[in-house]
Design a binder for this molecule. Structure first.
Ligand code: HEM
Length: 108
């Protein structure tokens, strides 16, 4: 599956009401997403996660590309009780593109 980070930047507009990435990114409605590829779940100290996300973290979830793809396709299916109010991305290509985009932002 070809990945297109530039298209991912466009798709990220659907996330940007709740999430930021890049220099000076801060948690808002959702946690900031710097370094999200390979970041342990629920790792942002000052963010108040759902019990479901904290349980996933306790169970050892680290956001690999595959885990991110599953969560972004169907958030509530991947994480029972998540409070991310987002239906999910339907197209596999959009998911691949957004992960390619997010992978450009390392941990700060
Ligand atoms: C959590 C990505 C859209 C609100 C997360 C996490 C990721 C993510 C990877 C887990 C972060 C962690 O474990 O630290 C995305 C992407 C989106 C998107 C890529 C767009 C495609 C949204 C939208 C909202 C939102 C639109 C608000 C309406 C949240 C919240 C959490 C979260 C509140 C914490 C969930 C919990 O504690 O259960 N998001 N998100 N996200 N996101 Fe999103």
């Amino acid at each position: 599956l070809a990945q297109d980070a530039a298209n991912g930047e466009t798709i990220f507009k659907r996330c940007a009401g709740c999430h930021t990435v890049g220099p000076n990114a801060q948690s808002r409605v959702g946690p900031h997403l710097n370094g999200i590829v390979e970041r342990p779940a629920a790792a942002i100290e000052d963010f108040r996660y759902s019990r479901g996300m904290k349980k996933a973290a306790d169970d050892g979830l680290v956001w690999t590309r595959d885990d991110l793809a599953e969560y972004l396709a169907a958030p509530r299916k991947k994480i029972k009780g998540t409070r991310m109010a987002f239906a999910g991305l339907r197209k596999e290509s959009e998911i691949a593109d957004i992960i390619a985009y997010l992978d450009r932002f390392g941990p700060d």
